[in-house]
Write a protein that binds this ligand. Structure first.
Ligand code: NAP
Ligand code: ZN
Ligand code: ZN
Length: 352
């Protein structure tokens, strides 16, 4: 085993004062490299809303190191690794292994592996059964097949969020054939949402933003959206009825899908990517206009590589606020209050 430094939630998940969502600097053991592993010095890790959900939902007192979108540099390679060398810039996302043999894996959809993909944190390692711990740490050991060369020209800090937020919106946009002429709306302008706007615009779609207020309207236009619809204004939502071929819903809290389905065009799709879990649905909202409800999560390896290449070609990265990792609790706090434009990225160099 090797030791690195990390930001970890441990101890009781809640106290008399409520949820204890504070991360503390804690040494972390990483496995020694297997033949097909890389050791990565983590330089930048994005702060995804899923990290916040995970810290808040922690109910078992087990240690948790969040972080599943990071970039860094290869510091060591296992003897079977080809294609990566010490010093290479790499990126790692929210999946770090899969069975490799099921129909999904064979179809390049490791993210849907029938044996469940190994998540970057809170997952179960397929070899030793240990719980994986994430990228809010200075080093990560990862199977080389699940690391991606970081294309030159992409800023390593601003590219980190592509590995979760970016790929999560890329796969449904591609699967739903978004291209020139498509009318797309992105609901929720946060980490996922602002990348969905940039990518949809770059794919040639006429792109709108659905947000709770006009506060982010200037940003939405700067990102390439041609219109902002205020979700809390029933008149604006009514005027948008049946307008969008694809609605990408990235809202981070439970919400009624009805208003978002009603703005989907006939035979169009609402792709619900945000807060997961049970939803109730009025089926007439699907019936009227033969609408589809879909979801997606992460991406397969070829799709992830394609997304990175597309972003490099189009100069797409996240709009970020970089914080030294010692300010991780402030980042989580501000994310909870929707006070981020549009992704916090932790600079892990202060863990040396
Ligand atoms: N499917 C997957 O694989 C996957 C991957 C990554 C993340 N996620 C999930 O996707 C969601 C978004 O993640 P993120 O990192 O983009 O979060 P984020 O940066 O916090 O953005 C979420 C946006 O949702 C809107 N919102 C937040 N609270 C709301 C509420 N109570 N009612 C209505 N709108 C609200 C806000 O947009 P406005 O201010 O514009 O209204 C906010 O900017 C999270 O639930 C996350 O766990 C899923
Ligand atoms: Zn994420
Ligand atoms: Zn599989």
């Amino acid at each position: 085993m090797r030791t690195t430094a990390s930001w970890q939630a441990d101890g009781p998940a809640s106290t008399a004062d409520g949820p204890a969502s504070t991360l503390r600097r804690t040494p972390l053991k990483r496995r020694d490299l297997r033949p097909d592993d890389l050791a990565v010095r983590v330089d930048y890790c994005g702060v995804c809303h899923t990290d916040l959900h995970a810290v808040q939902a922690r109910d078992d007192g087990q240690p948790l190191v969040p972080g599943h979108e990071f970039t860094g540099v290869v510091t060591e390679t296992g003897p079977e690794v080809t294609g990566f060398a010490v010093g290479d810039a790499v990126a790692v996302g929210n999946i770090v292994d899969s069975c490799g043999t099921c129909a999904m894996c064979r179809a390049d959809q490791e993210n849907f592996c029938h044996a469940f993909p190994t998540l970057t944190y809170g997952g179960v390692d397929r070899h030793d059964g240990s719980t994986t711990q994430g990228g809010y740490s200075r080093e990560y050991v990862v199977r080389a097949d699940f690391a991606y060369p970081l294309p030159p020209g992409l800023d390593p800090a601003a590219a980190a969020p592509l590995l979760c937020a970016g790929i999560t919106v890329w796969e449904p946009l591609r699967a739903l054939d978004v291209g020139p002429g498509a009318r797309v709306a992105v609901a929720g302008l946060g980490g996922l949402g602002h990348l969905a706007v940039k990518i949809a615009v770059a794919l040639g779609a006429e792109t709108s933003v659905i947000s709770r207020s006009r506060d982010k309207a200037d940003d939405a236009h700067r990102l390439g959206a041609h219109e902002v619809i205020v979700s809390t204004d029933p008149d604006q939502m009514a005027a948008a009825r049946d307008r969008f071929d694809v609605v990408i819903d990235t809202i981070a809290a439970p919400h009624d899908l009805g208003p978002y389905l009603r703005v989907v065009a006939m035979d169009g799709t609402l792709s619900h990517l945000g807060h997961l879990g049970p939803v109730t649905l009025e089926t007439t909202d699907l019936l009227i206009g033969r609408k589809r409800l879909s979801s997606a999560g992460s991406g397969g390896r070829p799709a992830t590589a394609a997304m990175l290449a597309f972003c490099a070609e189009h100069g797409i990265t996240a709009d970020i606020e970089v914080l030294p990792s010692a300010r991780v609790n402030e980042a989580l706090d501000r994310l909870r209050r929707n006070d981020v434009r549009y992704r916090f990225v932790l600079d892990l160099s202060d863990l040396d």
